[in-house]
Design a protein around this ligand. Structure first.
Ligand SMILES: [Zn+2]
Length: 651
């Protein structure tokens, strides 16, 4: 999901971090997955028929759930919200009692008899509310291209809103198949996760049944109906569709071409062909925010999918990048889903990293990784506060899940995956991802499953490395002390947690996968763990970067001798190395660890360089200096912790 309006500040998350539930330090198992619902009953299949009343903003539903009872029970507990259930039967026999608690978002069914281990069928009819905000099944008003007012129906379920449309086991580990039937105006086009299986007309209404989905979590259910039209194409056996309000469908042609390219690339990269018969992308008009990776039917804010005559290059970039993110979720998130919301980062970091990699590879002139540096710096600024939190965040119950969609989850997570890829090598990393997807397809996973697959692919202990970066708050400042003998340089390394203020947690230690580039040659991978570790580092008169291509999520403080050479040779460094040096020097100046002049020396050495991100960084830093009147040594006293990180286009 990309939810552009719900990014939270880490300070807000402190409460969550202390309301900790146990994390997952083991491979996925249903019984060990956190959650509120008992695991003695699991849903296998849902058949749902919904009839909306657009005028009254209500709907009626009919539901049949095939259940697997794993231990004898006289009670069924599942999620519901603003729904009333009637005619509730198990295996055709009326139940004793049904209590729906909207505060707890739970329905408890007391059975007339204990249900034995085995398969059972729960049936009921129910009523619910059509939402006017984008959660659950919602009504979306919009203006047609000709200016006429209209509405469509759409859904958004992540994290916990499927329960607003159908009573269900609404936690990610409860995968089931879904067969959805909707009754809507006959003139409407309808899209769901799966293709249409059948359609019947009743006067002005049509009842549309979609094919049964593969096993998936409830938060991926999708339905959109309205006066829409589509462009379509095929990639292999997959039909791609780009849907828009009728009259705007031609503005989907760029997105259709993007989707063809991205799907072919992902089929190849993941080594697991996209498994559904079709993949639709729907431009939801009228202000729907962000984008959502529903399996087989991705919904987008229309500006994030449609490209018209007035669109800028930045609009096109956003469309490509958001498509690449949401389509990566079709594998990581949809085919394989995190066990529980505490590992949302498994979904989001992965989609962000893979989407950025795709966008950068297919559009080299955009220098996309360099532009993404602004987002990484945003996460590094948040993570340099004592109040930050680890990537892997405890989530005590699913109602808190929405709080973990923040810059650390998306941007730090993406950055550390890129750092691991750089350290292991892109081919080994890809092989590990393939192993992971094959092993966990149509099921759930914990981070341990991913690290085990990467360890198997690389022959190393990725679990230990990853632990430092996902379970610990913050990141290290690596200090470089160089010595020179016969023109050959060697460096001694030390580390402490980097903080803009204070000293809390500075005893934390990381295994740091450094990318060391001496001169302008190929970078070398070096794993740094113990203070005092010595590393040969080229010749003394060559520039030195310990964060080549700005791939690492750490800061580096160079000694005076190395800093002098770096400033002198700055103009000929690769763009990524320049950006890392500018970012680090600026952050160190803000923290009062180096003189501001060391940053300004680098900035003035940029000369005629054309790298957009480097100039963006410098322009923002100069803007901060002007605003805050920072002068001389150590900007910390007058400048809180603003800076160039968050500037740019705020992706
Ligand atoms: Zn996402």
């Amino acid at each position: 999901m990309l939810q552009l309006t719900r990014i939270r500040r880490p300070g807000v998350l402190l409460v969550l971090a202390t309301a900790a539930a146990a994390g997952n330090a083991a491979p996925f198992s249903l019984d060990a997955a956190p959650g509120r619902l008992p695991k003695d009953v699991v849903p296998l299949d849902y058949t749902i028929a919904v009839v909306p009343d657009l005028e009254a903003k209500t709907f009626t539903g009919k539901e049949r759930v095939t259940l697997q009872v794993r231990a004898p029970t006289a009670r069924l507990v599942f999620n519901s919200l603003n729904e009333r259930l009637r005619d509730v039967h198990l295996d055709g026999k009326p139940v004793s009692q049904v209590v729906s608690d909207d505060h707890e978002q739970l329905t408890t069914v007391t059975l007339a008899h204990v249900a034995a281990v085995g398969r059972h069928t729960l049936t009921f009819v129910y009523s619910g509310t059509l939402e006017t905000q984008p959660h659950g099944l919602f009504v979306q008003p919009f203006n047609k291209p000709d200016g006429a007012h209209a509405v469509l129906l759409s859904t958004k379920m992540e994290s916990t809103d499927a329960r607003r449309m159908l009573p269900c086991w609404d936690e990610p580990a409860f995968r089931a198949t879904f067969e959805l039937t909707m009754t809507v105006p006959a003139a409407w086009a309808t899209v769901s996760n799966m293709p249409v299986a059948g359609r019947s007309l009743q006067g002005a209404l049509a009842t549309v049944t979609f094919r049964r989905s593969p096993r998936m979590p409830s938060y991926l259910i999708e339905f959109t109906g309205g006066d829409m039209a589509a462009l379509s194409a095929r990639v292999g056996s997959t039909t791609l569709g780009i849907w828009a309000a009728r009259g705007r469908e031609q503005d989907g042609s760029t997105a259709l071409a993007n989707a063809q390219q991205i799907l072919a690339d992902y089929n190849d990269y993941f080594g697991f062909p996209y498994p559904l018969p079709k993949l639709d992308s729907i431009a939801v008009p009228g202000g729907f925010s962000g984008a959502m990776e529903n399996w087989g039917a991705i919904t987008y804010n229309d500006q994030l999918l449609l490209v018209g005559a007035a669109s800028t290059i930045a609009d096109r970039q956003d469309v490509y990048a958001v498509q690449a993110h949401e389509m990566a979720h079709q594998w990581n998130g949809d085919l394989v889903t995190m066990a529980w919301w505490d590992e949302l980062w498994l979904n989001e970091s992965f989609a962000s990293w893979r989407g950025t990699k795709e966008t950068a590879a297919r559009n080299p002139s955009w220098q996309w990784w360099e532009l993404q540096d602004a987002n990484k710096e945003s996460a590094m600024r948040d993570d340099a506060r004592v109040s930050s939190h680890p990537v892997h965040q405890p989530v005590a119950n699913e109602l808190q899940a929405a709080n973990v969609f923040d810059a650390i989850t998306y941007n730090k997570g993406q950055a550390i995956l890129r750092m691991f890829e750089g350290y292991l090598g892109p081919d080994v990393f890809r092989d590990g991802i393939r192993r992971y997807l094959r092993a966990r397809a149509y099921s759930n996973a914990t981070a341990t499953d991913l690290w085990n697959a990467l360890s198997a692919a690389s022959g190393g202990d990725v679990d230990a490395l990853a632990h430092d970066w996902t379970e610990q708050t913050g990141y290290p400042l690596v200090t470089v002390t160089s010595s020179c003998e016969g023109g050959a340089r060697s460096i001694a390394l030390a580390q402490t947690r980097f903080l803009l203020h204070g000293t809390q947690g500075t005893a934390t230690r990381w295994r740091v996968p450094l990318r060391v580039r001496a001169g302008t040659g190929e970078p070398q991978s070096v794993l740094f763990s113990d203070d005092g570790q010595r590393v040969p580092a080229g010749r003394c008169d060559e520039p030195l970067s310990l964060n080549a291509d700005a791939v690492g999520f750490y800061r580096v403080a160079y000694d005076a001798a190395t800093q002098t050479v770096n400033a002198r040779e700055f103009a000929r460094l690769p763009d990524g190395d320049k950006i890392a040096l500018l970012d680090d020097n600026w952050a160190l100046a803000l923290a009062g660890r180096v003189q501001l002049v060391s940053y300004l020396r680098l900035a003035t050495s940029l000369g005629g360089d054309a790298d957009t991100r480097a100039w963006e960084q410098v322009a923002a830093a100069l803007g901060t200096l002007r605003t805050c009147g920072v002068r001389g040594r150590g900007a910390r006293d007058r400048q809180a912790d603003g800076g160039p990180a968050g500037v740019g286009r705020g992706r």
